[in-house]
Design a protein around this ligand. Sequence first.
Ligand SMILES: Nc1ncnc2c1ncn2[C@@H]1O[C@H](COP(=O)(O)OP(=O)(O)OP(=O)(O)O)[C@@H](O)[C@H]1O
Length: 319
Amino acid sequence: MIRLAGVGKTYEDGTVAVHELDLDVAAGELVVLVGPSGCGKSTTLKMINRLIEPTTGHIFIDGSDVTTVDPVHLRRGIGYVIQQIGLFPHQKILRNVMTVPLLYGESTATAKQRASELMDLVGLDPATYGERYPHELSGGQQQRVGVARALAADPPVLLMDEPFGAVDPVVRIRLQEEFLRLQRDLGKTVVLVTHDIDEAVKMGDRVAVFATGGRLAQFGTPAELLAHPADEFVEDFVGATRGLRRLTVTPIDRDHLEPLEGVTTGDLGSAIDVDATLEEALAAMLRDDKPVVGVKDGSQFVGVLTPAGIHRQLRESLR
Ligand SMILES: Nc1ncnc2c1ncn2[C@@H]1O[C@H](COP(=O)(O)OP(=O)(O)OP(=O)(O)O)[C@@H](O)[C@H]1O
């Protein structure tokens, strides 16, 4: 869907922001670009919609080289969400979201209808919030409006630059979850920039870790990254707590569960689904204060997990 081939950007003052980058993003995939400040993430994102022109290489969307496409036409197929949202302060919220459909020549009635649907989609009741001005909304609500507006033209591609950066950690987690739910239905091809490795691991189907100087240090699934960091830089960046983070991305292995026989009812807490992660298994044990958690496939018990079993499965996932 999106392919970067040998893409580089050297600014006029000689700063190498991005160094010969090869990256591919499949249709419907959410790829996260993560790395320390100044490593070229935003530059990479802006090269995809040609807000910045690369100095080397080529970028293809659906097989066509973006440099051969009229930039205005190109950006119509690409939603863009930024941290500073960029809502028009003197326009009411509904009107802000209507801007895009109106721009594409929709009638006022159709644009209004579409904007209301989009507000509903991102969890804002248009009757309540549509007639407010941006400053009358919380940061998290404004960010949702930003997402609604980016989706207004129904673009197949969505670029998101620190989309949840400006809100407090609790709202941030809620927005991340809401967006993942939305993405499950919409299946957009998304490239998301963050400097937060937890956000990357949580959101990304695959994660590209950038190092200073615009070098791609590793590109893989969150589980691959956490289990097998490509080098010391990635290892440091994913951090000392990567064992804990791995719990969140490692699914239960049903072939390595322990049998239910011999477990006393008093030891057994609530059961979790076999599709859950090891983190959810551990969380259930802590919540119920029980040494064993039952694992179910539908209504059928398929085995149990103990802390030792979780440890074993985590080690197994490293192979
Ligand atoms: N217009 C410019 N002229 C010269 N250098 C620039 C320009 N824009 C960005 N840079 C430099 O290019 C490098 C990459 O910047 P970029 O904004 O892509 O990084 P980033 O990874 O998105 O950083 P952050 O997480 O801090 O936003 C930085 O060293 C930055 O100072």
